[in-house]
Design a binder for this molecule. Structure first.
Ligand code: SF4
Length: 386
C-alpha cells in the first residue's frame, strides 16, 4: 500500500481520462485474472485442492487476507517459502494502494484508494458514532446523478468488483488498527450499491465469512435511491443488511429534480417496495432526507413526509446539505431544520439530524469525488431552477 505508486489523485485521474470515457460507455466490471482477494473460501479451497495442496491451506490464506489484513503473500509467515512463491506466481493478490489520506479535526479519516487500473475511489473511517464506522464505495463515480452530490457529478466510470468493495474494509481496518474490533460498515460512499448488485452481495458474503472478518449483516447498512426490482431482490437475501432509502423529496416532481432515477421508479413504487420489505423485530428502515434550503425543507414537506411514511417502521435521518462548490443548493438554517424535525417528532416519528463528520476534508455525505468529474447534469440544472 504505497502512495508513491499511483501519484496524486488529480494527476492520475487526468491521465486516465480517455480510458474513463470508454468505460462510461460500457460501465461493466472489467475483466481481470482471478485474484485471491476476489475468492470466497469455498473458491479458494477448490483452487488449492485442484493443485494438490492440503485443503487447510485455504483457511490459513483466507484468514491472512480477511482476518489479519495481509497485503502480500510475503506476510503469510506460516506458509513455506516455496508455497508462497508458487502462490505469487499463479494467483495474483492485489490490495488497492492508498493514494492519499486526509484526517479531519473530528477524527474522521478519508482514504483515496487506487486500483490496479488506476481508477480511484474514496472510503471513510468515522470514529465514535458511538460505534466505529467505515463508509465504503461500490462504484467508481455513480450513474444516479443526484443533484446535491459531488459523486453524481462524475457519472459512472465503472463498477467495483466484490474484492474491491471488500478490500476497502480490510484496508480501513488495518490502517485504523480495528482488525480485531467490532465495527459497522455503511454502503454510502461513491456509487449506488443496488446498481452493482451482484458484486455488492458477494462482497458482503466475503466480509461475513467466519474464517475472516465475520461481519454480521446487522452491522451493515446499505443505502439506496430505491431501484425497485433490486429492492425486492434484496428482500430475499439470506445476508440482508439494514436498509436506508435516500428519499430526499415528498412529491414525485420534486424527487425527479433531485434524484433523477425517480422517473423510472416513482415515489409511490419505492414506498410500496419499502412496505413489503421484510424487517426483523425491532428493525426499521432509515429514510435519509438531504435538506436543501428552500427546495424540500418546508413544514408542508415535513407533513407530506409523515403521510408518505404512514404505517412503515421508519426512522428519518435529516441531513442538512453539505454545501460544496458546484452544488447548486444551500444548507438550510438550523431553525428550518429544527422546525422540520419538530413536525415529524410531534407526529410520533423517530427522527435524527445528522451531524456530518469530516466536512473539512470533504468526507461528509455527498462530498466524495475524485477530481476530474464531468459538468453539471440536466437534472442538476433543473434542480437549480426550482
Ligand atoms: S447520492 Fe449516492 S446515489 Fe446519488 S449520485 Fe451520490 S453516490 Fe450516487
Amino acid at each position: 500500500m504505497s502512495s508513491a505508486r499511483f501519484g496524486a489523485t488529480r494527476g492520475c485521474y487526468t491521465r486516465c481520462s480517455r480510458k474513463s470515457q470508454k468505460a462510461r460507455e460500457i460501465p461493466v466490471q472489467r475483466d481481470a485474472p482471478t485474484d485471491l482477494a476476489e475468492l470466497s473460501l469455498a473458491d479458494l479451497e477448490a483452487w488449492i485442492v485442484a493443485r494438490g495442496l492440503p485443503r487447510f491451506r485455504a483457511r490459513q490464506i483466507f484468514a491472512w487476507v480477511w482476518k489479519r489484513g495481509a497485503t502480500s503473500y510475503d506476510e503469510m509467515s506460516d506458509l513455506g517459502r516455496h508455497l508462497r512463491a508458487t502462490l505469487a506466481a499463479e494467483l495474483p493478490f492485489t490490495t488497492p494502494a492508498i493514494a492519499r489520506q486526509d484526517l479531519s479535526e473530528d477524527g474522521t479519516r478519508k482514504l483515496v484508494l487506487a486500483f490496479a487500473d488506476r481508477r480511484q475511489i474514496e472510503c471513510v473511517y468515522i470514529p465514535d458514532t458511538p460505534s466505529q464506522t467505515f463508509c465504503v464505495s461500490t462504484q467508481v463515480g455513480c450513474a444516479m446523478g443526484c443533484a446535491f452530490c459531488l459523486t453524481g457529478k462524475m457519472g459512472l466510470v465503472r463498477h467495483l468488483t466484490a474484492g474491491e468493495i471488500a478490500a476497502q474494509v480490510r484496508v480501513l481496518a488495518r490502517v485504523t488498527g480495528l482488525l480485531d474490533s467490532a465495527f459497522n460498515i455503511v454502503l454510502m460512499g461513491m456509487g449506488e450499491p443496488l446498481h452493482n448488485y451482484d458484486a455488492t452481495m458477494k462482497a458482503l458474503a466475503l466480509l461475513n465469512d467466519p474464517h475472516g472478518l465475520a461481519l454480521p449483516p446487522k452491522r451493515v447498512t446499505l443505502s439506496t435511491v430505491g431501484l425497485v426490482p433490486m429492492l425486492d431482490k434484496l428482500a430475499a437475501e439470506p445476508l440482508m443488511p439494514n436498509l436506508a432509502v435516500s428519499l430526499h423529496a415528498t412529491t414525485q416532481e420534486q424527487r425527479m429534480a433531485i434524484v433523477p432515477p425517480s422517473g423510472k421508479y416513482g415515489l409511490e413504487a419505492i414506498i410500496d417496495a419499502c412496505r413489503r420489505f421484510p424487517l426483523a423485530k425491532r428493525s426499521r428502515i432509515t429514510f435519509e432526507y438531504v435538506m436543501l434550503d428552500g427546495v424540500n425543507d418546508t413544514v408542508a414537506d415535513a407533513r407530506r413526509l409523515v403521510r408518505l411514511l404512514d404505517g412503515i417502521k421508519a426512522k428519518v435521518n435529516l441531513i442538512p446539505l453539505n454545501a460544496a462548490p458546484g452544488i447548486p443548493f444551500d444548507r438550510p438554517s438550523d431553525s428550518r431544520v429544527d422546525a422540520f424535525a419538530r413536525v415529524l417528532a410531534e407526529r410520533g416519528m423517530t427522527v435524527s439530524v445528522r451531524r456530518s463528520r469530516g466536512r473539512d476534508i470533504r468526507a461528509a455525505c455527498g462530498q466524495l469525488i475524485v477530481e476530474g468529474g464531468r459538468a453539471k447534469s440536466a437534472a442538476q440544472a433543473l434542480a437549480a431552477a426550482l
